[in-house]
Design a protein. Structure first.
Length: 410
C-alpha cells in the first residue's frame, strides 16, 4: 500500500472546521486506497501576540486531532507578518521536520510520497523532507494566487525552485498547468486533476422546500454567491450587476462568506448596498456546509465573479444541487460549465457582460435535475483515483500496480 505523508497549512482544525475543507475531502477519499498521515502546521505570531491577539487562530487547537478517520498533527511555526517571508518557510520547515521525525520514531511511519497541498511555505518543507529522505515529492497548485503572480522576491524564487524540482505537480485546471509550466517545470511532470464534490452532502432538493426552510418569500428570483469577502472574489461586481438590472422588486442577491486571510471587503459591500439603496442585496456571513445545500437548492442561479480560481468547489457544489451557474472564465470553469446545459461563462472585465449573462440565465429553461445527476460522476472517489495514479507516476516501478487498496488507476 502506498504510504502518503500529506503536508498542508490549509487544513481544517477545531477552531476553523471549514478551512481547507477540500483538502480534507480529497485526502479522506485517498485514505481509502492508501495509508495517509497528515501534518498541518499552524502559524503563530509570538512577537506580536498582544497587538494581533484578535487576528490569531489556532490558539485552542490541539497538537493532534483526527479528521475523516486520519491522524492530523499541528506543529506550530513562527511568522512575522508582512516581513521576512523567507523566514516563514524556514520556520515552517523546521517545525514540520521535527514533527515528522517524531512520527517516524514513534510510529514507524515511512512515507513513499510527500504530498504537498499548498505552495508557500508548505512546498519548502515538503522539498526538504523529500530530498533528505530520498522520497518522491508531489505538489498540488490550487489557484493563481498560490503562484504569487507579480512578485519578484524571495518567496517567488523559493516557490519556483521547489516546483521545478518536484517529481510531479497536480494543477486544478489546464490554465494553472500552463502557468506552472511557464515557471520552467517540465510539462511531462504536470497533470490536471479537477476537484470532486461531496455528492452525499450536496444533491438536488426541491427549490420550493429549500426556500420555505430558509424563510424566502415565493415569487422572488434568487441569485447566490459564496466565497470569502475579498476583492478578487468579485462580489462587488455582482452588486453592480444587480443594481444595473433594475429588478429590485423581484431579484434578490445573497452573498455567503466571511473575511478572507488577506482582507475584509464587507465594509465596501455594505457601502455599495447603502449608497444604491439595494434592499435586495444581503450579506449572510459565513455558513456551515450543512446550511449551504439549502441555499444552493433555493437559488435560481449561482454566480461567481472571481478574478482567479483553480477548480472552485462552490461551483461543483451548486451544480450538484441542480443550480445553474454564471461564472467568470477562470481556472477550470470551462471544464465544468457547458454553455446552455448547466450555465454560462463570461469575461472578468466588468459588470456589464455579467449582468447580461445573469438576465439571460434567469430566462433559460434549465433542467435542474439533469444538472444534479450529471455531477454524480464528479465525486471525490473519482478524484482520488486520479491522485493515486499521480502517486504511481512519480513512484514508477517502486510500487506494484496490483497491490490491494491502490488498484484504482485513472
Amino acid at each position: 500500500m502506498i504510504r502518503v505523508l500529506a503536508l498542508s497549512c490549509l487544513f481544517p482544525n477545531a477552531e476553523q472546521p471549514g478551512y481547507g475543507i477540500f483538502v480534507l475531502h480529497r485526502l479522506r477519499a485517498v485514505s481509502r486506497r492508501c495509508a495517509v498521515r497528515v501534518v498541518a502546521p499552524i502559524a503563530v505570531y509570538p512577537l506580536f501576540d498582544r497587538a494581533l491577539r484578535g487576528l490569531r487562530h489556532g490558539g485552542h487547537v490541539g497538537r493532534s486531532e483526527r479528521w475523516g478517520g486520519m491522524q492530523v498533527d499541528h506543529p506550530r511555526f513562527t511568522v512575522i507578518p508582512r516581513f521576512l517571508k523567507g523566514f516563514d518557510a524556514l520556520s515552517c520547515a523546521i517545525a514540520t521536520v521535527r514533527r515528522v521525525r517524531a512520527i517516524e520514531r514513534e510510529e514507524g511511519f515511512r512515507a513513499d510520497v510527500i504530498d504537498v497541498h499548498w505552495t508557500y511555505p508548505d512546498v519548502v518543507a515538503g522539498y526538504w523532507l523529500a530530498r533528505t529522505r530520498a522520497r518522491k515529492l508531489l505538489v498540488t497548485v490550487r489557484g493563481r494566487e498560490a503562484l504569487y503572480p507579480g512578485e519578484h522576491g524571495l518567496r517567488r524564487l523559493l516557490l519556483a525552485y521547489c516546483l521545478r524540482r518536484a517529481d510531479g505537480i497536480v494543477t486544478l485546471s489546464d490554465e494553472l498547468r500552463t502557468l506552472v509550466a511557464d515557471l520552467g517545470v517540465p510539462r511531462h511532470r504536470l497533470r490536471t486533476i479537477l476537484n470532486g464534490v461531496d455528492a452525499q452532502s450536496f444533491a438536488w432538493a426541491d427549490p420550493a422546500a429549500c426556500r420555505a426552510r430558509l424563510g424566502i418569500a415565493p415569487g422572488k428570483r434568487i441569485l447566490l454567491s459564496v466565497g470569502a469577502l475579498v476583492m478578487r472574489k468579485g462580489h462587488h461586481k455582482l452588486v453592480q450587476a444587480v443594481r444595473s438590472l433594475g429588478r429590485a422588486a423581484a431579484l434578490e442577491l445573497y452573498i455567503a462568506g466571511g473575511p478572507g486571510p488577506e482582507e475584509d471587503a464587507a465594509g465596501l459591500l455594505h457601502r455599495m448596498i447603502a449608497d444604491g439603496a439595494l434592499a435586495n442585496v444581503h450579506l449572510l456571513g459565513s455558513l456551515e456546509q450543512r446550511e449551504l445545500r439549502f441555499w444552493y437548492g433555493a437559488a435560481d442561479l449561482f454566480c461567481l465573479a472571481t478574478e482567479g480560481e483553480g477548480c472552485p468547489n462552490v461551483v461543483l457544489e451548486a451544480l450538484a444541487c441542480g443550480a445553474p451557474v454564471v461564472a467568470t472564465d477562470v481556472g477550470a470553469i470551462r471544464e465544468l460549465i457547458v454553455e446552455g446545459e448547466n450555465g454560462f461563462v463570461v469575461g472578468t472585465n466588468d459588470a456589464g457582460p455579467l449582468a447580461a449573462a445573469i438576465a439571460r440565465a434567469l430566462e433559460w429553461p434549465w433542467d435542474r435535475k439533469r444538472i444534479a445527476r450529471t455531477m454524480r460522476r464528479r465525486g471525490w472517489d473519482r478524484c482520488a483515483s486520479e491522485v493515486v495514479a499521480a502517486y504511481r507516476a512519480v513512484l514508477g516501478a517502486q510500487i506494484p500496480p496490483s497491490i490491494e487498496g491502490c488498484s484504482h488507476g485513472r
